[in-house]
Ligand binder design. Structure first.
Ligand code: HEC
Length: 425
C-alpha cells in the first residue's frame, strides 16, 4: 500500500498567525470583536479556535460576512464578499487542524472606545434614561430640540447606542416646522397620511380599509400620499452591520435652524431585569458650506397589500428625477416577508440599466450598498424599485402566512422603503 505523506504541504499549511488573522481582522473584526454585535471575537487565537469549523462553514456558504448584492451587478465601495482565495485559505487552514503557528501575531486593528469617529463637535441624546421592559419588542420615538439658532452643515453623524444589549436599531430624523426646509421622513410629520393610519400606542399602521395600490409605477397611479415624489429628513442610522454615516469629501448635510431630531429606536425583546438606555447622536461639523449638499431621499409605498399565502407578491415604487443627480448609495428596507429587490434606472433616451439587485433579502441585515463610483442620473430619468414578498409557508421567517399584510411599524407587518443618498449637481 502506498501512503502519501505530503511533507511539503504541511510545512506551508496556512496558520492563524501568518495567514488567517489578517483576513479575519480585516473582514470580520468590524463585528466580531469584544463588546460588539457578533457572538465571538476573532481578535485572538484562543477565541477563534473553538469556532474554526463554524467559520469554515460560514465562509464557504457565504453566510458570512453578510452581503446580499448580486456580484454581477454594480461595484460597491463597501463590498463585504470574501475573494475565492480568502475562502480557500480559511478552508485549508481549518481542514489542516486550524493551527496557531509561530511568529508574531499581526497587530489587531485599533479598537476605539466610544465614538468610532472621535469626539463629536455636538452630542444630542434622547433626553431621558428610558426604561426597557422585559418581554416585548418596543419602538420608541423621542423628539428633542437641537436649539440651533442657525443651521449647520455636518460632515458625519454617528449614533451611539446607550445600551447595546437592548438597542437593535436606531434612526435619527430631522423634523422641521418649516416645510420649505424639507419634507420630513417621519410618519408623525405627514399630515396627509394620518387619515389612513391607525395608532396603537406609539406604533402606526395603515388601516385595513385604506386604498390598496401595489404598483406605484403604473401610469394610472392614484394621488395617494407619498406614492409619488420623495421625502427627506433622514440624518443618520444605526443598523446591524452598518458603519457610521460619513459623507463623501466636499459634501455635507444641512440641519436647518430650529430643527428637532426624532430618534426612532427599536428595542429588542429582553428577558430578566428591566434595562436602561440613553442613546445619543454625535454630530461632526463641516469646515464650511460644502461644494455639494448631500441629501437622502426616502421612497415608500404605504398602500401595498400582500395577499395571504402569496409566494412572490410584487410591489413597485418609481421616482422621476427633476434635476441631474449623482447617486451614492441604496438602503432597501422590508420586514420578514421581504424576498428580493431591484433598483433600475430608465434614462431619458430609454436605456434601462440595473443599478442594484438583491436576490435574497434578509431582514436581519439592514445593509447599505455604497456605489464605488457615484452614478449620474440625468434630469427626466426614472428610478424603478421592484420588490417581491414571500407570504407563503415556504418562508421560514414568515410570522403568519394566513395574514393579509399591509404597511406597519411592527416587524410582523410590512414596509417598502428605500433610502437613497445623492448629491445635487
Ligand atoms: C456586519 C457584521 C459581521 C461581519 C462583518 C461578520 N459577522 Fe459573523 N456574525 C455576525 C453576527 C451578528 C452573528 C450572529 C447572528 C447570526 O448568526 O446571524 C454572526 C455569526 C457568525 C458565526 C456563527 C455561526 C453562524 O454561522 O451562525 C460565524 C461562524 C461567523 N459569524 C463567522 C464570521 C466570519 C468568519 C466573518 C468574516 C469572514 C464574519 N463572521 C463577518 C456579524 C458579522
Amino acid at each position: 500500500m502506498l501512503v502519501l505523506v505530503d511533507a511539503g504541504n504541511a510545512a506551508s499549511a496556512p496558520t492563524f498567525r501568518k495567514d488567517i488573522a489578517p483576513i479575519l481582522f480585516e473582514r470580520c473584526g468590524g463585528c466580531h470583536r469584544p463588546g460588539d454585535i457578533a457572538p465571538f471575537s476573532v481578535m485572538d487565537y484562543k477565541s477563534v479556535r473553538p469556532w474554526a469549523k463554524a467559520i469554515r462553514q460560514s465562509v464557504v456558504s457565504r453566510k458570512m460576512p453578510p452581503w446580499f448584492a448580486d456580484p454581477k451587478v454594480g461595484h460597491w465601495a463597501n463590498d463585504a464578499r470574501l475573494s475565492e482565495r480568502e475562502i480557500a485559505a480559511i478552508q485549508t487552514w481549518v481542514d489542516g487542524g486550524a493551527a496557531e503557528g509561530s511568529g508574531s501575531v499581526p497587530q489587531p486593528p485599533r479598537q476605539v472606545e466610544g465614538w468610532h469617529l472621535g469626539q463629536p463637535d455636538i452630542v444630542i441624546d434622547i433626553g431621558e434614561d428610558y426604561q426597557v421592559t422585559p418581554g416585548e419588542d418596543a419602538y420608541e420615538h423621542f423628539v428633542v430640540r437641537t436649539n440651533f439658532a442657525e443651521g449647520k452643515w455636518i460632515r458625519a453623524a454617528e449614533i451611539r447606542p446607550g445600551n447595546r444589549q437592548v438597542v437593535h436599531h436606531v434612526h435619527v430624523l430631522l423634523v422641521s416646522e418649516d416645510p420649505r426646509q424639507m419634507e420630513v421622513a417621519s410618519t408623525s410629520n405627514m399630515p396627509s397620511l394620518q387619515q389612513y393610519l391607525l395608532k396603537e400606542g406609539k406604533l402606526s399602521r395603515i388601516r385595513k380599509d385604506a386604498p390598496v395600490w401595489n404598483d406605484g409605477c403604473a401610469t394610472d397611479t392614484p394621488a395617494l400620499p407619498f406614492l409619488t415624489g420623495a421625502q427627506e429628513g433622514g440624518l443618520a442610522a444605526f443598523l446591524p452591520g452598518r458603519p457610521p454615516d460619513v459623507f463623501p469629501d466636499g459634501s455635507a448635510k444641512w440641519i436647518p435652524p430650529g430643527a428637532k431630531l426624532e430618534f426612532v429606536i427599536h428595542y429588542a425583546r429582553i428577558s430578566g431585569k428591566p434595562q436602561r438606555d440613553r442613546t445619543s447622536v454625535g454630530l461632526y461639523l463641516a469646515p464650511g458650506k460644502p461644494g455639494r449638499a448631500l441629501r437622502r431621499m426616502d421612497l415608500r409605498n404605504f398602500f401595498m397589500q400582500i395577499p395571504a399565502g402569496a409566494a412572490n407578491h410584487e410591489v413597485r415604487r418609481c421616482y422621476e428625477f427633476e434635476a441631474d443627480r449623482m447617486l451614492l448609495s441604496f438602503t432597501p428596507h422590508m420586514h420578514y416577508r421581504g424576498k428580493d429587490v431591484k433598483y433600475e434606472v430608465v434614462r431619458p433616451d430609454g436605456r434601462r440599466e440595473t443599478l442594484l439587485w438583491v436576490p435574497k433579502y434578509d431582514f436581519n441585515w439592514q445593509l447599505v450598498y455604497r456605489l464605488r463610483d457615484p452614478v449620474l442620473v440625468e434630469k427626466g430619468s426614472r428610478l424603478i424599485v421592484t420588490a417581491h414578498y414571500d407570504n407563503s409557508v415556504n418562508n421560514a421567517a414568515n410570522p403568519d402566512p394566513k395574514e393579509v399584510v399591509r404597511w406597519g411599524d411592527k416587524s410582523e407587518e410590512e414596509m417598502m422603503t428605500s433610502w437613497i443618498e445623492y448629491l445635487e449637481r
